[in-house]
Write a protein that binds this ligand. Structure first.
Ligand SMILES: [Zn+2]
Length: 269
C-alpha cells in the first residue's frame, strides 16, 4: 500500500508515496502449509471496486498486482493453492482477508469476537473495513475464545483445531474487537506476528516509543477500543524490551520489518 504522505507514514520514503506492506507468513508443517493472514487476493486485483471500499482503495493507495498476492507467491515456491490447508487470521480487515478465497481447501481460524464484529459491521469505518464479499465463500471456519495457559502473561488460544501446538492465537483487541496476534514456536525461538496491534517498527524494541504522524492517525481512525489498544501495545512494548524472553515481533504493515525477514536480494519478485 502506498498512501500519500511518504515519510509521514513510513518514516523512510523520499517521495510523496509511502511504502507499506501486507506481511503474510507461510509455515511448512506436518499438516501441510499454514498461511498467517492473506493480504489482498487475486479477486481483489481483478475487480477491486466490486470487493473493496473505494475510500480505502484511495486512502491507502492500494497497489493491485497479481505478483504480490499470497497465491502467486505460494505458487512461485512450487506449491499449489491446495497445499495451503490452514489459514490463521489476525483479524478480518480488507487488507488481511482478501486472499482467503484463493485457497478453497483451507480451514480458516479466527477469534469468535472478530467474526461477530465483521458480520455486524455497524458504522462507516466498520462497513468499509469489513467486506463480506472477501469471505462469503469460505467453506470451513473455526472460531475461538481465549482460554488455557497464558503465554508470557498474555491470554492465549492453544491447540487450534488441526494445527501443530507450536501455533497460538494471542488475543490483542483494540484495533478490532477480535484482533489477535499469532505466536509461533520456531526452532530459533518465539516469533509473534502482532498483526495491527502496532504499525511502526519504532513502537517496539527501544525504551522510547516513536510513531510517524500518519500511522498514529491511521491507528486512531481504525481503533474500536482505545483503552484496550493502548494497553495491549504497552504490554507488547514491554515484551519487546525483555530480551530474556527472546520473542521476535513484527507487525503487518512496516516495510522495514518485512525487509528484515525477506531481504530484497533474496526475495522472489
Ligand atoms: Zn491492516
Amino acid at each position: 500500500m502506498c498512501p500519500l504522505g511518504g515519510p509521514l507514514f513510513d518514516g523512510f520514503s523520499r517521495g510523496p508515496k509511502a511504502r507499506l506492506v501486507c506481511h503474510c507468513l507461510l509455515i511448512e508443517t506436518d499438516q501441510g502449509l499454514v498461511l498467517i493472514d492473506t493480504g489482498f487476493g487475486l479477486r481483489d486485483v481483478k475487480a477491486p471496486y466490486s470487493r473493496l471500499s473505494p475510500f480505502f482503495i484511495h486512502f491507502n493507495g492500494v497497489q493491485f498486482e497479481q505478483k504480490y498476492t499470497a497465491l502467486a507467491q505460494v505458487e512461485r515456491l512450487g506449491f499449489s493453492a491446495r497445499d495451503v490447508r490452514h489459514i490463521v487470521l489476525t483479524h478480518l480487515d480488507f487488507d488481511h482477508a482478501g486472499g482467503l478465497e484463493d485457497f478453497p481447501e483451507a480451514t480458516v481460524h479466527v477469534m469468535q469476537t472478530e467474526i461477530e464484529a465483521a458480520q455486524d459491521r455497524r458504522g462507516f469505518i466498520a462497513s468499509q473495513r469489513y467486506r463480506p464479499g472477501q469471505w462469503d465463500e469460505v467453506k470451513r471456519w473455526k472460531y475461538y475464545s481465549a482460554g488455557g495457559e497464558h503465554w508470557f502473561g498474555f491470554e492465549a488460544v492453544r491447540d487450534l483445531d488441526g494445527l501443530p501446538k507450536e501455533i497460538l492465537l494471542i488475543p490483542l483487541a483494540g484495533h478490532t474487537r477480535g484482533h489477535a496476534g499469532v505466536a509461533i514456536d520456531t526452532p530459533e525461538g518465539w516469533l509473534l506476528n502482532a498483526g495491527d496491534a502496532y504499525f511502526y517498527r519504532h513502537e517496539m524494541g527501544s525504551p522510547k516509543q516513536r510513531c510517524t504522524p500518519g500511522l498514529r492517525a491511521y491507528q486512531w481512525m481504525m481503533e474500536v477500543d482505545r483503552k484496550a489498544r493502548i494497553h495491549n501495545q504497552e504490554r507488547l512494548h514491554a515484551l519487546s524490551l525483555d530480551r530474556s524472553k527472546g520473542v521476535r515481533l513484527f507487525c503487518s504493515h512496516d516495510a522495514i520489518e518485512f525487509d528484515e525477514f525477506a531481504p530484497p536480494a533474496k526475495r522472489m519478485t
